[in-house]
Design a protein around this ligand. Structure first.
Ligand SMILES: Cc1cc2nc3c(=O)[nH]c(=O)nc-3n(C[C@H](O)[C@H](O)[C@H](O)COP(=O)(O)O)c2cc1C
Ligand code: SF4
Length: 703
């Protein structure tokens, strides 16, 4: 029986591009559940659940927003089927009938917008986000290699508990009005560890032969079928390749798929890969190519008659269309893309794909947040995870239309411009460089980082669409600003490296007022000490031995070190933190460390630079992270000095200063009395994009 619904008319896109887009909007049926198009919001932990296991209203709003944006199917985050199966205290208690009313709210919200919703069910097994975790259940006693916490080898009673938990959870989901369930045999959890030859060394009926390793999954499927109905769809999210030296590969993953399909109890496959020990293949950062996953999905499709959901960085519309046309997938799974832009399906359908905000696979605010059990966020979407209170749909027209001048065309300035224009103000952006983007343009020059440019590409498209006037190559002066006779000036002039010897110094006045200070490392003023801005902009070309100081913990130092290594330098990074790139999400950081090893970048951690002298750099061990410069001098005991010799250049990433001199001048000038002067972004305090965009959005709404 074909799952494809014959008529494509109902959901046909209206744009001139209709033919090209048609595969995306063709309906598809999973059992009796009709999906209006091919967009699936992939399951992902949001940490929006309450710690008593109840789904929250924030979670309901989160899913509703994606259904409103046009997704056909929403698969919820992993929900626990038993207390021992919670990966985080914020996991939902799917087994407990007490959650049914709140689950029903979620289902109703999604249905109200024409979406369908399946519940993903799991026992987290040997993986946990908590330190220390509760007792971890596993087939055989051993830690997951990415962790040092050992496990309990579960017995027959526990196995029964697991099976019953899946059945009760599926029954609760059906009773709450969910359209189906998805069983997780994916990158984490007990069912995959039972299926895995590495993790399952049992010799009883649940281990040994392939069919024995799969037995728990089969029994779970049977129990779910018994607890629900024949027509209630049951899918499987399947890890196709663990991508570890010790784990199973695609061939084994496909064998699992064949075994599961042969039971006749599976209605679709949601593809998946990786594990906690290969996190970057599970939730791939920008350095992992989408083609790696496309290949897996295509293989699964070739080996199965069931509908297949593709996964893994399917951000570009054309890639999805190509996969559907090539028969490599039936449905397209998007997790982070729909976190970034919940309206992606509707925008494409309306022929406004140019206004889709693209996920940049940074993992900074989604994964990095939830791994700390904090509610999900997105660096670009200020409303992600708090849709009920902060939401781009809530932008309202201003009562009084005003003339707004934004000084600075980085992410913060452009975001304010977008919101102000949507509120009906007349907006002009002044940017002193010839291109918009600010520091984003520098960051995009780092290896594996070009995609960050999408942040400002989107903002440029949207402000153009809103009719914002943009003047590039124009330095804002008090005189020019007077001539523009604004009602509001928003200073978004960004920041610059807080070093001596920089071509520009927009903190001179601020320093005279004691508002800013220079760092105190002796030798910073020497001519061979430069900033990452100078390196990435191409203002200076370095060669030979370079010491990069990482007091930043994010990409600024790490990516610059890699840029220099790629350009033939011998690079050594000295980081005051416990890891270079300490604030990066762990999978992203691990990949960076691997590349650093391959590129022979030497990483020294918990170390500060105490002094810079001609041709050499003195370092000392620190025993505190973060602002360790002053402390470090105390720790440099006589006789402990160590010098890195033969240094040609030092790139000091040790903080930035707000470009605030112009702001101070305007505030002090009688000429601007009566003009509302605001500042936003790094001009206020140098930070990461995710903070500045959120704050710019909030400021824009007040104008
Ligand atoms: C924050 C976060 C949490 C995730 N949690 C889950 C989960 O609970 N269950 C699951 O099957 N996949 C989970 N995933 C993986 C996603 O479903 C998806 O496979 C992955 O993000 C790659 O797809 P994408 O490139 O479209 O984001 C999670 C992903 C993210 C970003
Ligand atoms: S935080 Fe980064 S990776 Fe996560 S959804 Fe937003 S843009 Fe994508």
């Amino acid at each position: 029986m074909s799952n494809i619904v014959a008529s494509h008319e109902a959901e046909a896109p209206v744009s001139a591009d209709a033919q090209r887009l048609a595969p995306l909007f063709a309906p598809l049926r999973i059992r009796e559940v009709e999906l209006r198009n091919r967009f699936v919001f992939q399951p992902h932990f949001t940490a929006l659940g309450h710690i008593d296991g109840q789904p929250s209203d924030d979670l309901a709003a989160y899913y509703e927003e994606r259904a409103r944006g046009g997704a056909a199917l929403i698969v919820t985050e992993s929900q626990a089927i038993h207390m021992t199966g919670k990966m985080s205290r914020r996991f939902i208690h799917a087994w407990d009938p007490a959650v049914i009313p709140n689950l029903r709210k979620i289902a109703d919200g999604v249905h109200a917008h024409g979406g369908r919703i399946f519940s993903q069910l799991t026992h987290a097994g040997h993986t946990s986000l908590e330190h220390p975790p509760h007792i971890l259940w596993a087939p055989t006693q051993m830690p997951e290699p990415s962790s040092h916490f050992s496990t309990k080898a579960i017995d027959e009673d526990d196995i029964r508990t697991v099976i019953d938990g899946f059945a009760a959870s599926a029954r609760n989901a059906a009773e709450a009005g969910f359209d189906g369930v998805e069983v997780k045999i994916a990158h984490d959890g007990l069912l995959r560890s039972f299926a895995s030859p590495h993790f399952n060394r049992r010799t009883d009926g649940y281990g040994g032969a392939f069919e024995n390793r799969m037995r728990l999954s089969y029994e779970v499927l049977e129990a779910i079928k018994r607890a629900t109905s024949d027509t209630f769809p049951v899918g499987v999210r399947l890890c196709l390749d663990e991508f570890t030296p010790f784990g199973y590969d695609l061939e084994y993953g496909l064998q699992m798929a064949r075994g599961l399909e042969a039971t006749g109890m599976v209605d679709y496959f949601n593809s998946d890969a990786g594990s906690f020990s290969s996190y970057w293949m599970e939730i791939p950062p920008a350095a992992v190519a989408a083609s790696d996953f496309r290949r897996l999905c295509a293989e699964l499709k070739r080996n199965s008659k069931l509908p297949v959901v593709a996964f893994g960085r399917i951000n570009a519309t054309q890639q999805g269309i190509d996969m559907l046309r090539a028969g490599e997938a039936d449905l397209l799974g998007f997790a982070r893309q729909l976190i970034t832009d919940p309206e992606t399906p509707n925008k494409i359908k309306r022929g406004r794909g140019d206004l889709v905000r693209m996920c940049i696979s940074c993992n900074d605010a989604c994964l990095h947040q939830v791994n700390q059990e904090k509610g999900i966020r997105c660096i670009q979407n200020p409303g992600a995870g708090r849709e009920r209170t902060v939401n781009e749909r809530f932008i309202t027209p201003a009562d009084t239309k005003r003339r707004v001048v934004v000084v600075g065309g980085g992410p913060a300035g452009l975001k304010v411009a977008e919101v102000a224009a949507k509120r009906g103000h007349t907006v002009t952006v002044l940017e002193r460089q010839r291109v918009l983007g600010g520091q984003v343009m520098l960051a995009a020059n780092q290896p594996e980082h070009a995609i960050i440019g999408e942040v400002t590409s989107y903002l440029e498209s949207v402000i153009a669409d809103q009719g914002v006037e943009v003047r590039v190559g124009v330095s804002a002066t008090p005189q020019l600003l007077r001539e523009l006779s604004p009602d509001v000036i928003v200073m978004a002039t960004g920041s610059e490296p807080n070093l001596p010897n920089q071509a520009e110094d927009n903190g001179r006045q601020a320093r005279a007022l004691g508002r800013q200070i220079l760092p105190e490392i002796p030798g910073l003023e020497l001519p061979f000490v430069v900033s990452s801005d100078q390196v990435l902009s191409g203002d200076v070309k370095l060669s030979g031995k370079v010491v990069v100081i990482d007091d930043n913990g994010h990409w600024e130092a790490a990516g610059t070190a890699e840029f220099l290594a790629d350009n033939g330098c011998q690079v050594e990074v000295v980081a005051s933190h416990a890891a270079v790139g300490e604030d990066l999400e762990s999978g992203t950081r691990t990949l960076f460390h691997r590349r650093a090893a391959i590129k022979r970048i030497r990483l020294r951690t918990s170390t500060i630079v105490a002094e810079i002298a001609p041709g050499r750099v003195q370092i000392a061990q620190v025993f505190s992270s973060g602002d360790a410069v002053g402390v470090g001098q105390y720790l440099l005991l006589p006789g402990d000095e160590e010098w890195i010799e033969g240094v040609d250049w030092v790139v000091a990433v040790i903080g930035r200063r707000s470009r605030e001199d112009l702001y101070l001048e305007l505030k002090a000038s009688a000429d601007f009395t009566g003009v509302q002067i605001e500042r936003v972004g790094d001009c206020l305090a140098p930070r990461l994009i995710q903070s500045t965009i959120g704050e710019a959005f909030a400021l824009g709404q007040t104008l």
